[in-house]
Design a protein around this ligand. Structure first.
Ligand SMILES: Nc1ncnc2c1ncn2[C@@H]1O[C@H](COP(=O)(O)OP(=O)(O)OP(=O)(O)O)[C@@H](O)[C@H]1O
Ligand SMILES: CC(C)(CO)[C@@H](O)C(=O)[O-]
Ligand code: BAL
Length: 282
């Protein structure tokens, strides 16, 4: 049975009653198969799975979609029940921020200002602040994050390392539609034409990965990805398309690397990323 709790006091009491290991999956709700994969991964590794559902106002800019973000709590609960989730913590905003915005925030450092942080100023300050708070109130042994939000996963790992937070962070590979589109709650904003245009993101990444697979160097990999984006379905406007090393440090590298893309499709901003293996320097 899945227990739904809304307050920190209820959560603390329920958490105290869980014996064995606890895995947390933090979400903003509007659950889809990507989230279900995280729930399964958590079930496999932990004795109990605790899910948080919270649309965190701190990570939304003034012109972003906080108000229209999909809220589907009944369906979300059913998904959690089917997945064997022990506890769902779904607080209202004032439960986590009783005095409005906190005075003290987590500073994500330089990487927090780049890529997503450059396009969404303050985004990672808001994400890391709420993640740290949710880690404190849920007290998990393990916390599961999707690679779909690769920069977020990287920064959460850095935060728990740099600030000595006693939790293991587990990354879960991106779940995609059969045609390559990464699952995302924001996909439900897309019209049929926009849904087609959204394939430009995964198409670019796949072209880059394919070039790397036949030995292209970093410059050629990036060029192949850009060319695929430009010649892909029309309607997507590129924000960034970059190649970094696996820790998101810039510069072409040999060995494991990461290609990341963000683009606007209509009024919806989508992100995606893929690992690419660059040939060793000869
Ligand atoms: N396709 C996916 N594959 C793997 N993990 C995912 C996928 N989509 C979301 N996640 C992970 O689920 C967790 C909760 O994400 P969130 O609730 O923001 O969903 P989302 O689909 O990323 O939403 P949005 O469209 O707003 O970005 C995050 O760790 C995120 O990386
Ligand atoms: C980690 C998170 C739940 C923090 O609000 C959010 O950024 C998300 O859903 O990826
Ligand atoms: N999926 C990351 C949370 C966000 O885009 O706000």
């Amino acid at each position: 049975m899945t227990e739904l709790v809304h307050t920190r006091a209820e959560l603390a009491a329920t958490r105290d009653g869980l014996t064995g290991t606890v895995g947390v999956v933090m979400t903003m709700g509007a659950l889809h198969s990507g989230h279900e994969t995280l729930l399964r991964a958590a079930r496999e590794r932990a004795d109990h799975v605790l899910v948080t559902i919270f649309v965190n106002p701190l990570q939304f800019g003034p012109d972003e979609d906080f108000n229209r973000y999909p809220r589907t709590i009944d369906v979300d609960l059913e998904i959690c029940r089917r997945a064997g989730v022990a506890v769902v913590f779904a607080p209202v905003v004032t439960e986590l921020y009783p005095e409005g915005k906190p005075r003290v925030w987590v500073d994500p450092g330089q990487l927090g200002e780049e890529l997503e942080g450059q396009s969404r100023p303050g985004f990672f300050h808001g994400v890391l602040t709420v993640v740290l708070k949710l880690l404190h109130v849920t007290r998990p042994d393990l916390a599961f994050f999707g690679e779909k939000d690769y920069q977020q996963l990287t920064l959460v790992r850095r935060m728990v390392g740099d600030l000595d937070v006693p939790v293991e962070i587990v990354g879960v590979p991106t779940v995609r539609e059969p045609d390559g589109l990464a699952l995302s709650s924001r996909n439900r904003y897309l019209s049929p034409d926009e849904r087609a245009a959204a394939l430009s993101l995964s198409g670019a990444l796949r072209a880059g990965a394919a070039a790397a697979a036949v030995g292209a160097d970093a410059g050629a990999v990036l060029a192949a990805a850009h060319a695929a984006f430009e010649s892909g379905p029309s309607g997507a406007r590129l924000d960034y398309l970059v190649l970094t090393d696996s820790d998101l440090e810039p510069g072409p590298t040999a060995g494991p690397a990461r290609m990341l893309v963000a683009a606007w499709v209509g009024t919806t901003r989508l992100i995606d990323n893929m690992s690419v293996q660059l040939a060793p320097y000869s």
